[in-house]
Design a protein. Structure first.
Length: 390
């Protein structure tokens, strides 16, 4: 099956849908208009679908002419609380909300795949599910979708998904064995001392001193060797006062801890807790430590990676499929699908450096080279066909 030509026919459609979804940006848990746009598109294509999760999520099932395996393609739906600063004609119409993480592209690619595959459904054996998932940017809407039955009836045997990535030029994709995205956990440490007048520090227990020492200890942890990639950053230090001669009662430290395995995840939590206690004892303060675990690291299945790689090389050329050395330390709740069934996650190059399209994700200036829509759809469609043909 020449899915490359079928996807080429959908390119203008994908661009149109991406721009419509971009200007209709909605925050996590508020993707109601976005869901309506997707439902209308699915009705036009003629694919059965239903709402799931908290009402914004959609699962569409395209059934082939014959019985067979079931594969799912996941696309996230939510935007970010950012005021867009691009000059594009289809900029967000939602004040203070922007698709600065490319989820508009993910949805457009999935809809393009749906149209391409639906046009030849009579030749397919098996089923393709399209999972449009809300709330990726917050606590992880993937878990809600799975609990609601997104992977059942029929039972999904593989989930594929990806993320546009300005680290790579348009025309390429990156995938790798094992972890490709990190667990994006947060930590907070409240240092409690005894405040008072800055003129009498001997009558106070200044929590800023202890907090400063702890920040330096956290930096030492950040460059330690745990045997694999990780990231640890202190991003917040706040005493909730702007009075120059007032020693505060407490200081809040906060940051992010990014890991690629449960082992390192647990070690980071443990060593941060211990260091907080040690600093508290040394400086005569109290330390209230909290470590919030978000979603797990995203770990692709080795066999799924090998099979997807073969499909992608056939779709876009061997030299355009990159086997990555280093994972991203950003987080992705696709990890829940990967825990449920053998899955594969890819990065879709969306940069055009020559044209200045290279801003990082989550930037109010983020743009993407829309040719990446065709690249992603070709890889997905090729693998879907190969998987169902096995």
């Amino acid at each position: 099956m020449d899915f490359s030509s079928l996807v080429d026919l959908q390119f203008e459609y994908m661009v149109k849908m991406r721009r419509l979804l971009h200007c209709t940006a909605e925050l996590s848990g508020e993707e109601f208009q976005t869901a309506k746009i997707i439902e209308n598109a699915l009705c036009e294509i003629g694919i059965e679908h239903c709402r799931m999760g908290h009402g914004q999520g959609i699962v569409a099932t395209l059934c082939g002419a014959k019985e067979g395996r079931t594969i799912a393609l996941r696309a996230d739906m939510d935007a970010l609380p950012l005021a867009e600063k691009t000059a594009c004609a289809f900029a967000s119409k939602t004040k203070g909300v922007m698709h600065a993480c490319g989820h508009d592209a993910h949805m457009a690619i999935a809809l393009g795949c749906a149209r391409a595959i639906a046009s030849v459904r009579d030749t397919l054996a098996g089923n393709v599910k399209f999972i449009f998932q809300p709330a990726e940017e917050t606590d992880g809407g993937a878990e809600d979708m799975i609990n609601a039955g997104a992977l059942e009836n029929p039972r999904v045997e593989r989930v594929i998904g990806g993320h546009v990535m300005p680290d790579y030029e348009t025309g390429t994709i990156m995938l790798r064995h094992g972890a490709i995205m990190a667990a994006p956990d947060d930590f907070s440490i409240r240092i409690i001392g005894r405040g008072g007048h800055g003129a009498y520090p001997h009558k106070c227990v200044n929590p800023i001193i202890a907090a400063s020492a702890l920040v330096l200890e956290i930096e030492k942890i950040a460059v330690a060797d745990f045997g694999e990639h990780f990231a640890l950053s202190c991003c917040v230090i706040n005493s909730n006062t702007s009075t120059w001669n007032l020693i505060p009662d407490s200081v809040l430290l906060g940051g992010t801890a990014r890991s690629l395995s449960e082992r390192v995840r647990t070690e980071l939590e443990s060593i941060l807790r211990v260091k907080s206690e040690e600093i508290a004892q040394e400086f005569g303060v109290q330390a209230e430590f909290s470590f919030r675990r978000y979603f797990p690291p995203t770990i692709s299945d080795d066999k799924a990676v090998d099979e997807f790689m073969l499909s992608a090389k056939r779709a876009i050329g061997e030299n355009n499929v990159i086997c990555g050395d280093s994972p991203s330390m950003a987080g992705e709740d696709f990890s829940y699908y990967a825990l449920a069934v053998p899955s594969v996650f890819i990065h879709i190059g969306c940069a055009d450096t020559a044209r200045g399209i290279k801003h990082v994700l989550h930037s109010p200036l983020f743009e993407l080279d829309e040719r990446c829509l065709r690249v992603g759809a070709k890889c997905y469609c090729a693998h879907i066909f190969d998987f169902l043909s096995q």
